[in-house]
Write a protein that binds this ligand. Structure first.
Ligand code: GLV
Length: 331
């Protein structure tokens, strides 16, 4: 008998086909967003879960699914999963690192350019029929080339963002939980390690790429925004909750900083409507990894993790290897 799995959201049909070769698959190609009760109900009797960042995999949910062996998230971020509770319950958890680094770094740059050079704001002006004459001071923005780029969270995506800055003749400063090796710093456009406060004071543009956890909640709030230059741009491609969105709206209104580029929001998709009243913000709906090849690579990585986990192998992207001891050394 094939193991039973639940795929919580719509995914490429090729992936459903791949999974169906190994599992009895309950899929959701209609792409409903399951609430907690519905997810709990559908998880009954399942051996594996192919999850998405929109699913909250809590201790309660895990307790209600005693047969579950693995949760394979189709995302690099896994703050939607209570990993400690999964470990305690003997459930393997995996994510999809690496395959999205470059695509997500590209979007960070797109938002930085759009916000600093007022691309979306001026497009709205043009689309609104307001463009009647060229003027010397129309939509003056901040230069990106030759400026100082501050990166908070210098993991694989942060380093990919830093490498792109070489072509813009930029200086890179970064802050991270731990300092990179000398080789990694050299490869990341000779990035210089600074404290968060020093970085916020000295950078012309700040990009946030750190993982969300209770420790990184509101890494950027009113006090941190006050340290930034009034000409600075803030880009968040990490997770909602890393920035205090109400404080950011206030700072953008008052001119504490010049502009922001945001792909993620607190309580998304129900983001703070205050952003819509601002011109100096470029907004995208959590599309950091959204290129077809990258989303396909993420889906296929999640599927491979699930196939490995169910077949007795250690999944390539296991986040909680301690679970193996808990499972008596058996996957
Ligand atoms: C998307 O946000 C991800 O974590 O992969």
């Amino acid at each position: 008998m094939k193991p039973k799995i639940l795929v919580t959201r719509a995914v490429f049909p090729e992936i459903i086909e791949l999974l169906s070769g190994h599992f009895e698959v309950e899929s959701n190609q209609a792409d409903e967003v399951y609430g907690e009760q519905e997810l709990r109900r559908r998880l009954q009797g399942k051996d594996g879960l192919f999850s998405n960042p929109t699913d909250r995999v809590s201790a309660e949910l895990l307790a209600g699914a005693p047969g579950l062996k693995a949760v394979c998230n189709m995302a690099v971020g896994y703050n939607n999963i209570d990993v400690a509770a999964a470990t305690a319950a003997g459930v393997m958890v995996t994510n999809t690192p690496d395959v999205l680094n470059e695509t997500t770094a590209d979007l960070g740059w797109a938002l930085l350019m759009a916000a600093a050079r007022r691309v979306t704001e001026s497009e709205h002006y043009l689309r609104g029929g307001l463009w009647k004459k060229w003027s010397y001071d129309g939509f003056l923005g901040a230069d990106v080339y030759g400026s100082t780029l501050g990166i908070v969270g210098m993991g694989r995506i942060g380093q990919a963002i830093a490498r792109r800055s070489i072509g813009f003749d930029m200086k890179v400063v970064y802050h991270n939980r731990s300092r990179l090796s000398a080789e990694q710093e050299a490869y990341a456009n000779n990035a210089q390690y600074l404290s968060k406060e020093e970085l916020l004071r000295s950078a012309d543009h700040v990009v946030l790429v750190l993982p969300y956890s209770p420790a990184s909640h509101h890494t950027i709030g009113a006090a941190e925004l006050a340290l930034m230059k009034p000409t600075a741009t803030l880009v968040n491609i990490a997770r909602g909750g890393i920035v205090d969105d109400a404080a950011l709206i206030d700072a953008l209104k008052k001119g504490t900083i010049a502009a922001a580029g945001l792909d993620v929001f607190e309580n998304e998709p129900a983001f703070n409507p205050g952003f819509l009243e601002l011109k100096n913000v470029a907004l995208t709906p959590h599309i950091g990894s959204a290129s077809r090849p990258t989303r396909m690579a993420m889906a296929s990585t999640a599927a491979k993790n699930l196939i490995a986990a169910m077949s007795g192998a250690v999944p390539p992207n296991l986040l909680n290897p301690e679970v193996l001891a808990k499972r008596g050394g058996h996957v």
